[in-house]
Ligand binder design. Structure first.
Ligand code: PSV
Ligand code: MN
Length: 393
């Protein structure tokens, strides 16, 4: 593709303008590995300051109008006040992430723990998260369980599935109106032998059992190397069960690096499936979230970069010449079909994205504009004292 014709250009710009990407509150806090957390200056000390950072990302990108919260990391006394503050800053509170993986009681699991007392405690937390959703106006409850076992024989895999199903049922039945339950899977870690929700198939089966408002979350970092994630996307789209993404990049395991940094081509292939299914528009209902940690790089700038990476992959996916691709596929023209796809991927979409931002009254270069704004320098001097937010590993 050399020239983008005016009709295509308009269609792509309109779709990109509508795109919504949710950023995670924890990306703005300190994070690290089990070896070391490197603290950074200017890091938020409470959920309000995280909201301010998320709003800054939205101010420069124009497509990140919500921030996901993690409970208890973002526990506040008055969630309505936090939601009000977010609105004042120009964004909204998004998905509520439950956290049943950082309490001593959960050593042998949370909702799948062999001890019914611990299971009740974990379920109580899930229900508390729905209370938070009621207060914040969030629609989505996102569940990821670290549950599993380390040794063969440690516990019964089948009974753990029963316990999981029971907990999910209780959380699901507590939802009202448009609220949804989003179930995330992860290949392994922290459990090493058996994980209770290790793959999309397990998550999908539980969602089907629960009902229509239970949907699968694809965290791009939660797969074995070489997994064809776009196939999973296609399958879940066809089944009407793709609820959300946790975008990030991985080289080895759950690295949580900036989306599109390790393998931008994979991100393009994922977005191609989304575009083909007409599932990009917000009304379709997929929550496009980031789930990242910025351990060594400046955080707000890294989140801006990540949002731009998703936009770039999306723009390329929107440029795929679908009639030409379909014709080549139906004719069995393997090389032409592949060439059509690669043509779109190899298009430099940066001029188009600059144009989009100008249309949206944004600086065409969000990273440069953010750096010029002096935001980081300001929060570095303002946010002194108190305790910096972190995910407490
Ligand atoms: C687990 O690795 C996970 O991907 C889940 O989404 C958690 O909520 C998140 O990371 C916490 O960083
Ligand atoms: Mn995740």
């Amino acid at each position: 593709m050399t020239e983008i014709d005016p009709t295509t250009r308009r269609r792509v710009l309109d779709a990109l303008r509508e795109q919504r990407i949710e950023t995670p509150s924890w990306a703005y806090g300190n994070s690290g590995t089990r070896f070391k957390v490197f603290a950074q200056e200017g890091v938020p000390r409470d959920p309000f300051e995280k909201v301010a950072d998320a709003a800054t990302v939205h101010r420069f990108t124009g497509v990140a109008p919500t921030v996901a919260l993690h409970i208890p990391w973002d526990r506040v006394d008055d969630y309505a006040a936090l939601a009000g503050y977010a609105r004042e800053q120009g964004i909204e509170l998004g998905t509520i992430n439950a956290n049943v993986f950082q309490d001593d009681d959960y050593k042998l699991g949370s909702v799948t723990n062999p001890d019914p007392v611990v299971r009740r405690k974990a379920i109580g937390h899930l229900l508390e998260c729905v209370d938070v959703m009621d207060a914040t106006g969030s629609w989505d409850l996102k569940l990821w369980f670290s549950d599993g076992t380390n040794y063969p024989g440690q516990d019964s895999a089948r009974e753990r599935q029963d316990r999981l199903a029971e907990a999910l049922r209780q959380a699901y039945d507590r939802l009202t109106g448009r609220q949804r339950l989003l179930l995330e899977y992860k290949l392994f870690e922290p459990a090493f032998y058996l994980t209770d929700v290790p793959d999309w198939g397990t998550a999908y089966a539980h969602c089907v059992e629960l009902g229509e408002r239970a949907q699968v979350v694809i965290d791009t970092g939660h797969h074995a190397p070489g997994t064809n994630i776009e196939f999973i996307v296609a399958f879940l789209l066809r089944a009407g069960r793709l609820g959300a993404f946790d975008f990030n990049s991985r080289f080895y395991a759950d690295d949580d690096l900036m989306v599109g940094s390790a393998d931008p081509f994979q991100l393009f292939r994922i977005m191609h499936e989304i575009v083909q299914a007409d599932a990009l528009r917000p009304s379709y209902g997929i929550a496009f979230m980031l789930d990242q940690c910025h351990n060594i790089e400046p955080k707000v700038q890294a989140v801006i970069r990540s949002v731009l990476n998703v936009q770039e992959a999306t723009a390329k996916a929107l440029l795929v010449d679908m009639p030409a691709l379909t014709a080549a596929q139906r004719a069995g023209d393997v090389l032409e079909a592949n060439a059509v796809l690669m043509d779109a991927y190899n298009t430099d979409v940066r001029p188009l994205l600059r144009e989009l931002r100008e249309e949206m009254d944004l600086d065409p270069d969000p990273v440069a504009a953010y750096k010029r704004s002096g935001y980081l320098e300001r929060v570095r001097t303002e946010r002194v004292g108190g305790e910096q937010a972190g995910w407490g590993a």
